[in-house]
Design a binder for this molecule. Structure first.
Ligand SMILES: [Zn+2]
Ligand SMILES: [Zn+2]
Length: 234
């Protein structure tokens, strides 16, 4: 019998950013799909679809209400944007301390150039955000309209993954973009970087549909202790 990797979803969006449902509906769907835990992670405020700062408190209240009705742990989070090449994120103010989990993702790069230049720019921002900011999960690693890791040197990826290990930043297996690849995830396992699972769901139909990630985890031989989940369950 093959052991079952844990089922959880730490990347979901609601009406507070560009999602189509409430936190309560997302949590209900997550529970119905048999997840052990779910995180609500709307976009940071500097994204055009992000949660405006004045909506932050009501958002947390809605997550709290969803949590009260839920039979599984519900984490309140944000998917912060890495907003410049120095790795600044829009999730660093007072309010962020009220969150259970902080994701950071790159949604913007410098001007469109060839994939190698894009990949170098991505790596610089990703390195800087890990070096200078405290957060839990790096969302959709090396995905920017395409998978960029193939355009980087293996030693650059190794340095990056070792940096993430040192800062206890988990790498996300993102189901929406089917990223990163198994080679990168195997490198994460070797270097002791924890893995997260995120559907990046924007609807109740998508939340908790983690089968693709579970297949990846099985193929790379990941165990439960390789996942970030237990850090958040107590
Ligand atoms: Zn994202
Ligand atoms: Zn997202």
């Amino acid at each position: 019998m093959i052991s079952m990797p844990a089922k959880f979803d730490f990347h979901t969006h609601t009406l507070y950013s560009d999602g189509a449902s409430t936190a309560a509906a997302m949590v209900e769907a997550a529970e119905a799909r048999g997840l052990e835990a779910v995180a609500i992670t709307d976009h940071g405020h500097e994204s055009s679809v992000g949660v405006p700062q004045e909506k932050f408190a009501p958002m947390l209240q809605d997550i709290e209400l969803a949590r009260e009705d839920a039979g599984i742990p519900v984490l309140a989070g944000i998917e912060a944007n890495v907003v410049d090449e120095w790795g600044r994120i829009d999730g660093e103010d007072e309010s962020v301390r009220k969150l259970d989990i902080l994701l950071a993702g790159i949604h913007r790069l410098g001007r469109a150039r060839d994939p190698t230049e894009l990949a170098r720019d991505y790596l610089m921002r990703a390195t800087n955000v890990i070096e200078h900011h405290k957060f839990d999960v790096f969302a959709h690693p090396f995905y920017f309209h395409q998978y960029l890791a193939h355009h980087l040197l293996p030693e650059d990826l190794e340095d990056f993954v070792r940096l993430a290990a040192g800062h206890e930043v988990a790498m996300e297996i993102n189901i929406k973009y089917r990223t990163p690849d198994e080679e990168f995830l195997e490198l994460c396992l070797r270097e002791g970087v924890k893995l997260s699972i995120g559907t990046d769901a924007h609807t109740t139909g998508e939340v908790g549909r983690v089968d693709w990630a579970l297949g990846v985890l099985r193929r790379i031989g990941a165990k439960r202790e390789d996942l970030i989940l237990d850090r958040f369950l107590r």
